[in-house]
Design a protein around this ligand. Sequence first.
Ligand code: ADP
Ligand code: ZN
Length: 527
Amino acid sequence: MTASGLSVSEPAEVLRRVFGYDSFRGPQQEIIEQVTGGGDALVLMPTGGGKSLCYQIPALVRDGVGVVISPLIALMQDQVDALRALGVRAGFLNSTQDFEERRLVEAEFAAGELDLLYLAPERLKVESTTALLNRGKISLFAIDEAHCVAQWGHDFRPDYLALSQLHERWPDVPRIALTATATEATHREIATRLNLGEARHFVASFDRPNIQYRIVPKNEPKRQLLELLRTEHAGDAGIVYCLSRNSVEKTAEFLSANGFQAVPYHAGLDSRTRAEHQARFLREDGLIVVATIAFGMGIDKPDVRFVAHLDLPKSVEGYYQETGRAGRDGLPSTAWLAYGLQDVVQQRKMIDTSEGDDAHRRRLGSHLDAMLALCETVECRRVQLLAYFGQKSDPCGNCDTCLTPPESWDGTIPAQKLLSTVYRLQHERRQKFGAGQVIDILLGRKTAKVIQHDHDSLTVFGIGTELAESEWRGVVRQLLAQRLLAVEGDYGTLVLTEESGEVLGRRREVRLRREPERVAKAAKAAK
Ligand code: ADP
Ligand code: ZN
C-alpha cells in the first residue's frame, strides 16, 4: 500500500482498477514511467489525447500529493468531483472558495490525506500557499495548459512566469508540463521558461484524422452556416464560434428561429446562465452552443460533431485548439470556417490598436499571417496545419482542398492591375481607400464616391473587367495573405508593402487560388 488511499502501486494496475481502462494510449505509458521514476517531462498532446492520466497516475503511484497547476478555475470543482467519484482523494484551492473551504483543503493536504491538489497559478504568488506546500510531501508538479507561460503563444498568462520558481524551491520534485497547443516556438519557450532543461519531451501526433477541415469564402455567413447544418449536421451537437458577443447573440437567435436548438455563451452573460448553457451542452443531445472563445477550454464532450467559425480565428494555434473540440470520440466530424476580407481588416485594426509593445504587435501580426496562409493555401489543409506544429504528413484526402482541389492560376496581371491602382491612389493622389473603392475603380463603376473623388479619370479606371467583384475580393485576400498588400487604419485602407514593388516591377509571378466550382456553387445556393 502506498501513501495514497488506494492499495495499488503499478501504473497499469492503477489504470485498470482506478480509471477502468485496459490499455494506455499513445505515449501515455512512457510518460507515466518517466514521471513515476522521478524525471521531468514536457508533453505535447492534442486535445482529447489523454493528458490528465499522465500526471494523475504518477501522483497515485508516488508518495505524497501531486500538485496540479491549472488556469481553468471554473473546471476545478468538476475535475475534483470526477476524481472523488473514482475514489481518488482530490481537492483544489482557488479564488472561488471561502476561507472555511480553503482551510479544510489545507488541513487535508498537510495531513497527507490528499492524492491530488489542484491550484490556480496565482495561488503560488501567495506566501501562505508556498508555506503550506512546505508542510506536506509533494509527489510531483503538473503544469497543465503549459503554453500559458509562452509569450509567443496565443494565451499568455503572466502568473505562469512565476512557475519557474517551482524547480528552485523544490529541486527534487519531478515536474510534468502539458499542453495541446505547441508550435516549435511555443514548445521551446515552455522548456526555457519553466527550466525544463533536463526534461524528456514527448510529442504525440497532432493529427486528428476524423476531423474534416473546410475553409470557405464568407458571403452571407449565417445563411452559409444554416446550409451546412441542414445538409450535413441536422440534430448534431456542435459549437459555433463568433468574434463578438453581439454576433454570438444574433447567430444563436437566427439558428433558433430556423429550427435549431442553439444557446449563446459569452463573457457578458451572467455566470449562472453560462453555467447552465454549458451544463445543457454536456447533458443534452444535439444542442448547439454559439460562443466566443470564452467557451470550450477543458470541456470534454465526446460527440461534438462540428465546430464552425463564422469569423477568422486570431492564430493557427487557437484555430487548432478550437476545432480540436470536435470528434473526440473518433467519429467523422467537421471543422468549418468562413472567412472574408472584412475579417482581415478587422483583425489588422485590432492588432494596430492593441496594448503592448511593438514586439507584441509583430507577434500578433505573424499569427494572423499564418492563419491567412492556411486559409488561402492550394495544398492539403492538414499538411499545412501539421507543418505549423512541426509535423510532416501526406495529403489527407479528408479536407476541402483534397476533396475538391482548387486550381491555382497565374494571377500576375490582375495583381499588377490591383497594386498599381493602389499605387496611383497612394502616390499620385495621396489618398488611401479600402478594397471596395479600389475594386469599383478596376471594374469601371461610376459610383457617387468614384465621381466625387474624380477616380474615373485615373488611367486604371475600368482596366479590370475580366474578373467579377467576388473574384477581385479573392485577389485582395490572397495578396494580403502573401504580404504583397497590407491593410491599415480604421477603415481598412489598402497600402503597398515592400514586396509589392517586385510584382509591379514584373520581377515576381503571383500564383492565386481559384475557388473550386462546388464550393462557389454551394455558397450561391445558400443565398
Ligand atoms: P486531454 O486533457 O488531453 O484533452 P483527457 O485527459 O481529458 O484529454 O482525456 C480525454 C478522454 O480520453 C477522457 O474522457 C479520458 O478519460 C479518456 N482517456 C484517456 N486515456 C485513456 C485510455 N488510456 N484509455 C481510454 N480512455 C482514455
Ligand atoms: Zn487534405
